[in-house]
Design a protein around this ligand. Structure first.
Ligand SMILES: NC(=O)c1ccc[n+]([C@@H]2O[C@H](COP(=O)([O-])OP(=O)(O)OC[C@H]3O[C@@H](n4cnc5c(N)ncnc54)[C@H](O)[C@@H]3O)[C@@H](O)[C@H]2O)c1
Ligand SMILES: C[C@@H](O)[C@H](N)C(=O)O
Length: 373
């Protein structure tokens, strides 16, 4: 009986402490191009040592989407241009190519990823590659491959090289059986999209690698992100970006969600700042590894009303897309981010009126410039 008690105590310790703290933890390491194997974690492979006074060397995957270029700009200001490497499988536009290091990286190519991390002495990995909710439903196999198989490559490389790993999750990681108003960090998560399923998988795998192997995994569940200078990649919340472009260009907007569909949203500057803040947060402030963050919640009708204050002539019609509507109806309406606020001081700066003013100023200024050429 004492033996059983001791074993039970050891198992409990293993489940509670990061990296087990038991001296027997193993980090998953792969032969390049071969099947996975496991090696003792104290065998010091290529592990990069970097102290808090050094700047991190950061790789951003999927960096040419809505969020990556803005994040690279913010991180370059903080850590230096050459310490931040953007990567994607697409060809970068000239301005991005000339603004700092860019590299081709397909997250499904483990060897290529591995080489990039080693050759560039990467210490932080920000994993943005993904297929979002609406495009994911249109191509489930590809979404499964990029969002799940790709994540496995990222996790193994991050664990093997002792990287700090940030993976964004989403309001889409919840489903119709989650409490929707408001949705706390810990509750039932039974999403009905491949995107949501893959993000719950990412949250759980990241946390598992943290507790099992000591991986420094950090994750924020983003709401729908609204930006003026980058286009969304095929999500359910895209309407909240499109309305601004159409308002400025044509004065007419066709909304693909019902007028009363309430979803959590955030301006991109808040989202990118939150990402930097959690990446820099001291470990002892993080009581969890996956946090909700939020700024505001609105419906298409409320957003249109706010835009009308600046552009009374805007015409909005509703032509509902059944797939997107079904997804939106299963997602949180309000997001409870009190743990992020309490633990590491998260605070949003943009609410709905400020968001609308900022977006219209940005796009209005651009279109006025364009019309003078
Ligand atoms: N934008 C939002 O509203 C939002 C909200 C919640 C979470 N997120 C998450 O934030 C991250 C970034 O979002 P985003 O809006 O910039 O996405 P996006 O769709 O705009 O960009 C994703 C990028 O991934 C790249 N990609 C696709 N397959 C790849 C592969 N095999 N290898 C490497 N790159 C590949 C694409 O080329 C694209 O540039 C995603 O993980 C997303 O789930 C975004
Ligand atoms: C919410 C988020 O994950 C993304 N914008 C989507 O709608 O799919």
């Amino acid at each position: 009986m004492p033996v059983i008690k001791t074993l039970a105590r050891a198992a409990k310790q293993m489940l509670q402490s990061p990296g087990c703290g038991c001296g027997t933890s193993i980090v998953p390491v792969r032969f390049i191009g071969a099947s996975p194997r496991q090696v003792a974690s104290d065998a010091s492979f290529h592990s990069v040592s970097f102290s808090d006074t050094d700047h991190p060397r950061v790789l951003i995957t999927g960096g040419l989407g809505q969020l990556g270029v803005g994040l690279a700009k913010l991180l370059r200001k903080r850590f230096g241009k050459n310490n931040i490497i953007l990567s994607d499988i697409r060809k970068p536009p000239d301005n991005v190519f000339h603004s700092g290091p860019f590299i081709y990286s397909d997250i499904l190519d483990y060897k290529n990823l591995h080489e990039i991390v080693v050759n560039n002495r990467i210490t932080w990995l920000i994993h943005y590659s993904a297929l979002l909710s609406a495009v994911g439903e249109a191509n489930v196999r590809l979404a499964r491959s990029v969002n799940i198989t790709g994540l496995h490559n990222i996790l193994d490389i991050a664990a093997e090289h002792g990287l700090r790993l940030f993976v964004p999750s989403t309001i889409g990681a919840f489903g119709p059986t989650s409490p929707r108003n408001s949705t706390p960090d810990l509750c039932i998560q039974r999403p009905r999209t491949i995107y949501g399923v893959s993000k719950v998988h990412a949250e759980l795998m990241g946390e598992y690698y943290h507790y099992r192997y000591g991986l420094d995994f950090r994750c924020l569940r983003y709401p729908g992100i609204i930006s003026a200078d980058s286009q969304p990649g095929g999500g359910t919340t895209d309407y909240a970006v499109q309305i601004f472009h159409d308002a400025v260009k044509t004065g007419k907007f066709e909304c693909n969600l019902k007028p009363d569909t309430r979803l959590p949203m955030m301006y991109i500057d808040d989202c990118l700042r939150a990402t930097l803040e959690i990446l820099e947060a001291p470990t002892d402030t993080l009581s969890m590894r996956t946090y909700n963050i939020n700024a505001m919640s609105f419906t298409p009708e409320e957003l249109a009303q706010e835009v009308h204050k600046h552009m009374p002539e805007l015409q909005v019609i509703y032509n509902v897309d059944a797939i997107r509507q079904g997804i939106a109806d299963s997602w949180p309406m309000n997001f409870d981010d009190s743990n992020a606020r309490n633990d590491w001081g998260w605070k949003h700066e943009y609410d709905l009126p400020e968001l609308v003013t900022t977006m219209l100023n940005f796009l209005g200024a651009d279109s006025r410039l364009a019309s003078t050429y």
